[in-house]
Design a protein around this ligand. Sequence first.
Ligand SMILES: [Zn+2]
Length: 493
Amino acid sequence: MPTIRMLPVAVAVTLTPAFAARLAAQAPPEVGGVADRAATITAVDMQRRIGILAHDSRGGRDTPSPGLEKTARYIAGEFGAFGVKPALGTDFLQWYPLTRVGPGSRSGQSLVLRQGGSMYQLDPSSEYLSLPVGEAVRASGPLAIPEAEGRAEAGSVLVLRATAQNLGERLGELRGMLAGGPVGALIALDAPDRYLSGVRLFFESDRLTLGRPETLDVPAAIVPLASLPGALRRSVEHGEVPAGWTADLRSSATVRVDSAMNVVGWLEGSDPALRDEYVVFTAHMDHVGVGRPVEGDSIYNGADDDASGTAGIVELAQAFASGPRPRRSLVFMTVSGEEKGLLGSEWYSEHPLFPLDRTVATVNMDMIGRNWEDTIVVIGKGESTLGALAERVASDHPELGLAVIDDLWPEERFYFRSDHYHFARKGVPILFFFNGVHPDYHRPSDEPDKIKAEKAARIVRLVYLIGIEVANADDRPAWDPAAYRRVVESGDH
Ligand SMILES: [Zn+2]
């Protein structure tokens, strides 16, 4: 290496910033360099990052939890250190609201039925189930059945019949029916006792939903037919107006507003004509937290699900940040709330930080560290030109020792079970890298020491190489028209 003293004066003079920029613009693309940078995604790095993300101290990364936030801040810190830019000005974290609704105390729940001089008080712990709808709501009025088109008179307490087969549907209709003026609702359930026990279990655990509270402000309860007084039961069974009956109903629930976050960073593309188009890489950083102990272990580490994909996103960000920029911009995203129903990616898809109509592809990795080592399932590869591209890149790089294969388990509907789905339904072509489930799936034994880091690293290298091609191609990926109609227009797969 020459010292400064030996540098020819002419070179020093001509190497002005403008000249250097022109020189850089004329430099040929680094063909060999791409494979070299892919090789910086190593098994050692993957294992180390999965060890950090899935460590017991992260508490299984439940949404929301301190362990999840610690994980998000770790990823944001890595992004920042690589020179990846925050998607929100100075912040990598996209916060979103959550509502947690749980059962209220039994002492806040009551149901009293009256006819003439008779009064029947039902026990919420055994004779009926108070639905957790609002914080403390009370109503009384005459019982009524829905009129034509599901309406009922204002001021009444609506009585709806339901069976085990249609209870879910009835609950779904409730909000609309109550909009017409009834002040409360009783769902008379014609089903075996053990069925109600199952429903009770469901409503006795907290439910997490996206967004701010949207609870009903009218009380509602599920009452087995057998709990109703005989005369009332007969009129309900015959679909007759329960004349002369009134109900006084109190429900209670705990409603808490909470929040969780996605981590979003990006690298700007090099081509002024294409840099406002984006290639997005996703994985979910959350898992299911602490749960029922199995063999003395209660921390559900989620090393494969999905610390493996999350480590992959961090490694991709590092590899891309250390090399020349491809033409399109790149977005690196780790979402949360996946295990609660794809909440973080749903929020992003409704509040995108980069326009979805200029997001040309989303590549999702969820569970890439276990099972067989010479193939990787790529769900969605039949839907767009991304599939053929992925197959070609895999065969152009035999050193990866990976063939991309179709969904092996269509009956499991994995297509709808990870975060790419919220991009696909919005019209973004997707690829979903997934190694399938295993006996440690959603158990405390999904531990870092069971990860096949060498395999995971090869998958992330493949994603890196596919990402470069998509980001540099003249044309953006195109949907297969039939798949577009199915996925985007009909919401199917
Ligand atoms: Zn997962």
